[in-house]
Design a protein around this ligand. Structure first.
Ligand code: C5P
Length: 210
């Protein structure tokens, strides 16, 4: 069976960079599952809907199209907040579950998100929970925004991130938490290369045991 590598953690901990690189090295498909929730949230906003309204968000999740994931406006504060709202609605999570499982079913995959190791693929061969301090994550996100020409106050970025993580961790449906068997990787004092090498060593040790 092809391996599933689950990478979970809070916002801007470095999951995406790490997951993309691991997938390329291991020759596995990669899915950024946050994009699914972002696309649902933005579809609701497009229709002038309320991302906290369950019926509206569920309908948007059920009719999600692959092209919705290619939109250029899925990153930024508007999509961040809408994604976290729709993500707390159980029916939205159910609607997105089959797509995520199907993505990994044939060839294996590296997936990053909040509940990959706990709910989507509880039997994943390797699970990583990637974290970093709030101030470090806010600094990284602020640099990313600046590189895209988006001006923001670092204190506002940190506050928004704090609120979103708190909402992700407190929700009843698939909250952000480490799986009991996840390897915890705190990237606060690490550069991307060191985080990648540590993660790769762990994943290879797990795949080797399969
Ligand atoms: O990972 P990213 O920051 O793009 O995710 C955006 C939002 O989508 C998160 O704040 C979270 O509310 C939601 N999400 C989730 N489960 C996932 C991935 C993302 O609830 N597997």
């Amino acid at each position: 069976m092809k391996p599933i590598v689950a990478i979970d953690g809070p916002a801007a901990a470095g999951k995406g960079t790490l997951a993309r690189r691991l997938a390329a090295t291991l020759g596995l498909p990669y899915l950024d599952t946050g994009l699914l929730y972002r696309a649902v949230g933005v579809r609701v906003l497009d229709a002038q809907g309320d991302p906290a309204d369950a019926a509206t968000a569920e309908a948007a999740a059920q009719s999600l199209q692959p092209a919705d994931l290619d939109r250029s406006d899925l990153r930024g504060p508007r999509a961040d907040a809408a994604a976290a709202s729709v993500a707390s609605i159980p029916g939205v999570r159910v609607a997105l579950l089959a797509f995520q499982r199907g993505f990994g079913a044939r060839d294996g995959a590296v997936l990053d998100g909040r509940d990959i190791g706990t709910v989507i693929f509880p039997d994943a061969v390797a699970k990583l929970f990637v974290t970093a301090s709030l101030s470090e994550r806010a600094r990284r996100r602020w640099l990313e925004l600046r590189a895209k020409g988006i001006e923001a106050e670092i204190a506002t970025v940190e506050e928004d991130m704090f609120q979103r993580d708190a909402k992700d961790a407190a929700r009843a449906a698939a909250p952000l938490k480490a799986a009991a068997d996840a390897y915890r990787l705190d990237t606060s004092g690490m550069d991307a290369e060191a985080a990648y090498q540590t993660a790769l060593t762990f994943v290879r040790s797990r795949i080797g045991t399969q």
